[in-house]
Design a protein around this ligand. Structure first.
Ligand code: ZN
Length: 299
């Protein structure tokens, strides 16, 4: 296979950068590197929960080592916010070391879409293919349906599926005593929302459902939001995403409903969004967002 030049820094997790956000709650920041997620460790008296694996066995091995050192004999759990490669394609490394626990729809996403995403992401370039080398799509140890409260010892963590938004199986992880919410890719800081709109292979993302999910998450008023990618912040992070998605929807629909061609809608809305957020990264995600919303209607 010809090697594609990958235009970003290597997607490598750096555990040395781990930062304590609250008592016994640590985040390994993504350092703004694409395909590196923010990764969390949440501790209680007898157990530690790891949120996200990093992409591939090498990255996940580093996360597991940090988690095992941090846990210092406490039991380990692993969960992931959704099945995408940089969030979940390292779970195999945790087998036998941690209990891998996710919501049922995410488990279905992982099984049904995991192999296709593995092939797709391998084509992004040699640096990505290297991290994905040896990936096996893991099977969770525990799958839950509606909600799951995980007792870590003196601290309960809420695992909640949101319903279809960024993917079909999105899950948020909330630590109520610390006011911390891990949103996965439902929220990114300083970048346009990632719409994994890849017809005909994957059209699960829904802009209008995503807007509703963000409203519900904002109503919970978390003190600290850990996005899938980008800097940790306050509840304003949710407002920023909600405002962007609503603007994207409104500007797309007003043009669609005046029978403008999709190509023209994409050109005009892309220019508008860049004008509104000139400093945001990920401009390539505007077009899939417009194309997705072109197919959607008010519920
Ligand atoms: Zn994602």
């Amino acid at each position: 296979m010809a090697e594609t030049t990958y235009p970003y820094p290597d997607p490598v997790v750096e555990p040395a950068g781990a930062q304590e956000l609250a008592r016994d709650l640590v985040v390994i920041p993504d350092r703004r590197i694409p395909l590196v997620p923010n990764i969390g460790l949440v501790g209680g008296t007898h157990s530690v929960l790891v949120v996200e694996t990093g992409m591939g066995p090498g990255n996940a091995g580093k996360v597991l080592k940090l988690a095992a050192d941090y846990a210092h004999g406490r039991r380990l759990y692993l969960t992931t916010t959704h099945f995408h490669p940089e969030h979940a394609f390292g779970a195999q490394v945790f087998a036998g070391e941690a209990t891998f626990l996710i919501n049922r729809v995410q488990a279905e996403d992982l099984a049904a879409r995991g192999p296709g995403y593995l092939e797709q992401f391998r084509g992004f370039g040699a640096a990505v293919a290297r991290e994905l080398d040896g990936v096996e799509i893991a099977t969770p140890d525990v799958v839950y349906d509606d909600s799951y409260d995980l007792d870590l010892g003196g601290r309960s963590v809420q695992l909640r599926p949101t319903g279809r938004a960024h993917t079909k199986g999105d899950q948020v992880v909330t630590v109520p005593d610390a006011g911390v919410m891990f949103t996965g890719d439902l929220v990114e800081t300083g970048q346009f929302s990632i719409f994994p709109w890849f017809p005909p292979y994957d059209t699960d993302v829904s802009g209008i459902r995503w807007i509703e999910v963000i409203k519900r998450l904002a109503a919970a008023a978390p003190k600290v939001v850990v996005p899938g990618h980008g800097d940790v912040g306050g509840a304003q992070r949710l407002a920023d995403v909600g405002n962007y998605l609503e603007l994207l929807r409104d500007e797309t629909w007003v043009r669609r409903d005046s029978a403008m061609s999709e190509a023209t809608i994409i050109d005009e809305v892309t220019a508008l969004m860049i004008e509104r957020h000139p400093e945001w990264e990920g401009r390539e995600w505007i077009q899939p967002g417009v194309s997705c919303l072109c197919t959607e209607h008010a519920s």
